[in-house]
Write a protein of this length. Sequence first.
Length: 133
Amino acid sequence: MGRIPAMRTAFGILSSIALVCLLVPVFAIREKDSVTAAPVEGSAFSSLVKTFRNKDFRIFVGSDVLYWIALTMFQTTLPMAIFGILPQAMVADISQSDSIATGENREGMFYAARTFAFKMGQSASLLIFTGIV
């Protein structure tokens, strides 16, 4: 077997293993057993406005944008994947605190807004990086 067929075979085997691993949660985890979901009244926009009324979350999102700018700039040369764990835990704590204080579960909106901030930070970082270089 030559180099190219060997690489194709290896990628095919690894892809098959990855597919099986991706399907395990689909068939093995029942989310409804461990999650209590209640619909929130109002539109998505009003929920987003309520989410950003939380002072702690606004501070976090501002710092998260700066964090992602810095992280994305450094990721062009350094692997920094471990630093992605702490912000996720912070969003979880903030959203749980907000849920207790307001009685509304908007964890999804907190993570959606956080992901938007993440993308804004990455975009700004790329603009800054290309402007500097």
